[in-house]
Design a protein around this ligand. Sequence first.
Ligand code: GDP
Ligand code: MG
Length: 766
Amino acid sequence: MSIKIALVGNPNSGKTTLFNALTGSNQYVGNWPGVTVEKKEGRIKWNKEVILTDLPGIYSLSPYTPEEIVARNYLVEEHPSAIINIVDGTNLERNLYLTTQLFDFGIPMVIAINFMDIVEKRGIKLDLSKLSKSLGCPVIEISALKSKGIKEVALEAISVSSLRDERKKRIFSSAVEGALEKIGEVVASSYIEENELRWLSVKLFERDDEIMAHINLSDDKKAKIEEIISSLEKSYDDDSVEIITSERYDYVTKIVDKRTRGKEKMSVSDKIDKIVTNRFLAIPLFALIMFAVYYIAIGSLGAFLTDFMNDTLFGEWIIPSVTALLEKLEVAPWLVGLIADGAIGGVGAVLGFVPQMLILFLLLSILEDCGYMSRIAFIMDRVFRRFGLSGKSFIPMLIASGCGVPGIMASRTIEQQNDRKITIMTTGFIPCSAKMPIVSFVAGYILGGGWRGALVSTGAYFIGIAAVVCSGIILKKFKAFAGHPSPFVMELPEYHLPAAKNVFKSTFDRGWGFIKRAGTVILIASVLIWIGQNVSLESTSEAELSVNEDGSFVTDGEGNYVSGVHAHLIYGEDGSVVGYEKTEHKGLHFIENGCTSKSVLQVVGECVALAFKPLGFGDSWEASVATILGLVAKEEVVGAIGTMSDGGLETSSEEFFDGSFLKGISFMIFNLLCAPCFAAIGAIKNEMNNRKWTWATLGYMTGLAYAASLVTYQIGILFRWGSFSFWTVVAFVVLAVFLYLLFKPAKFSIIDTCKRIFRKKEKANK
Ligand code: GDP
Ligand code: MG
């Protein structure tokens, strides 16, 4: 009889090194059926009876990744006689987490602490006998690279393999152990082998649906189990997966602490966390804090500073004085317009928001640096996980509140392919710094600032989160995205006073990027828009010479007739004016005063505006042009409005939105959610590494943005003005489809492998 020994450990813990050292050239490399995970098997050089299997590296045994599924199936289906658990000695805590899961399988185990050469170099001493006693299995120090201790490990594994694993390892608190035991009693039946009962109980306690479904429990038993779980959850005020996870960590921490660190105490952080991460209080508290942040940054103090920058500094001081100066220098009028209204108007409109932005980032940096934001990631994990996403998706989103590009790149930390895709597709929904001016513009200039403005800007942040969560729920129902969320392991740092240096640096970095873009991309775009707005292809000849009521031509103050751009006077022989002749401009020309011909920008804008008509803000071609320009950079949305408006941002609400707050909100929602700027699109393309998925992302974002704005605007005007049209019907249909997708049950079961495991057992027993 051959002895099967499995090598299990974290990635890079040295499994393959040990495997090669033990097997020499007697190895077989292939693939596990159905997945591309490498399969390595070999016989030990000096004992051909022993077959060693190098399992793929994993951090946990929950079936989140193909590697984990392979490892878990191997342990359940192949019944290895023993496990060699390789532990990276330089990172005991993280590695021993997996060890605690291996205990549940009830397979004899030897723990090999690897990298001992490095551990010793660092002057760390491990107390092996104590470790072995608290872990309840042999612990051996090795260095796979230096081939130290490797024979001992193999011999130990061979010797334990003949034993039945009688240790009933109890690592959880007595309350949890009690619950597990009760669950075990409920499910115990003939076809479940006794040493698998514990693993099964733990999985059931974690509400592993697939396993629940495939062991065919009666409703009565299911209800009993649910009652056991929920009563424990109530007393812990946490959900079962988190209870198990945190108790595993507690166990590991205790073991490691005894050897390397001092005693534990209930710290101030723990006390704060009791409130801040409380199941019921956490989210309302978060909303309240964000509201306070936005109230200060956008509603009150920030609004005051931005008003000053936009209206006084740029509107009353800089633009008029630059204009005056240029006119004094006798610069051509068109150039004065280009510089004063185009360049300074556009850049100024964007720079005006710098104070708000700096305050916002200062406050967010403080929240981040004091440790609060990591709690939010932790809380969000709880929310996201319910929808099949992991808290890991929240980290890119946190980063994206500065800029979407690094946010999208941060999605790399998510191992689960489908989750990564969803995260890349949705990270752009979070309002980044460049979208802040849009929000502040709508909050301040259309809604009039104050608490209403603060509510809307906090709302904008949560609209972003809601878009992410809803997308997660909906996309997860499609086969292309199905799958369990990646596990989320994160250390919560102690709360501490934010370090001024970190806070100012991160505020400055974000603010500086914004200012830099204002001086480059925004400047160029503003100049181009001004040109587009002041250049016409063809005059419409509408403006002729003005005629008084009595039929005479209008004269200027000195009694001279005025030649217009589109008409010139015809003089009679006596020198009196007898009529006029229309002139037509063909080709590109500057639009001069008193002329009503359409600018190039207007011609293009009016075409685009058609598409936005149902969203309300399409009534203004300027708002539509601004939206399209958001592709260049989101700051330019407001920059363009500043350039195009006659009186700067202050009058733009009346000019472009008819003073309608519904149009303003619809405009904001669309611009927040639609396809991001070119830089972010580039990042999406890089991370997706696939053209089809890049287009799908852009289409999805824009589609969702359109739907959200349509529903908001149409249903808004229905209730506000009772206005009903074809588009109202469309809005309701869209809303219905959205709600259907949101609430319809998911069809795709996530893991078929568990099914296989249990079906097989049932058959064998019949
Ligand atoms: P696996 O992912 O668990 O299969 O890990 P590998 O066997 O590929 O090892 C990962 C890296 O760690 C390789 O570069 C090894 O050379 C190195 N390594 C493995 N064991 C030791 C050890 O005991 N000491 C040192 N210093 N390096 C090791
Ligand atoms: Mg390997």
